[in-house]
Unconditional design. Sequence first.
Length: 329
Amino acid sequence: MGWTDIFKSKASESQVDGRVRWFGKLPTYPDYYTSAGDDEWCLEFNDWILKGFEIYKGRADQAGGSRSLLPLSVCAARLAESEMTVLAAILDFGGDMRGRPFPMCFYVGLPTAALSGPTDRTVGGVMATLERLLAMRRDVSRFLNSPGKFEHSFGERELDLSWLESPDGDDAWLRQAREVPFRTWFGGVQDGLKTKEEQAWLGQVSRRGESIRSLASGAFDVTLRFPVTGSLASATQVAGWLRWLGSRASLQKRAFSLFVSNGWDNAIGWLGVVMRPLLEEDFLLMTPAHKTLGYVDDVDGGATDEAPSADVATPERWVDFVAGSDNSA
């Protein structure tokens, strides 16, 4: 079965499951914290996290440097075997009480068939859920200061996933996007770009967009990386980049994974879009090793010696850049 045919297959027997699960390590326990009685899709996700982190740790050891804490990250991971999509926050508090590193993950699940794309109109519910999971880091901090039984602090939590009942979504992200000058946004990501000259970068992104448009009619099994800044809401930027991508490649009938890392607290972060079944190495998209993945294409194509494109005008607002003239709600 092809990856884009997943919506033609039988609907998953699993249901939308807003109950918060967890898996990972904290310095209050010598082993993994894991929610009890988990379904097969939970085990599949936990296994992906385990194998992905092992790859990350191995690369860090080979590089001979000390392993830093993982950045704040969230993901919408499409699981192939269970045909479930896991919405997860990946939090790193340093590992277990014996100093063995591993992150703590909080997550919920829904059948992949229930969520196509997502597009810029439908990603709002995804990002709102991911932000709620990410906010649990404050509860973890309180738990570390006054530890007790983990289940008493984090059990019986359930998130509202009723946004799935509105498949058409909305354009709410446009309101904030219209208020941000393009040059303000660009200044927030500039230090993280290989090409720091504005006109040259715009020219590269324009050429990458045309390349995507020419490839999108085929299999389009690509992995793309987009810059984001912590000075603007991650949800707005994710929706904006999906608008930019969706105007070049149809997203409605696809089922792709999203990764957002380090896009908070005024940091320079990144959005990963995986247009194919997950690999274990894709976990690295949520780590400092994300730039070592040779199969990832940056939206600007990386550094170039080409002269700036004189015919590429600087957009006035960030929304004009990602949505063009079609930015009306």
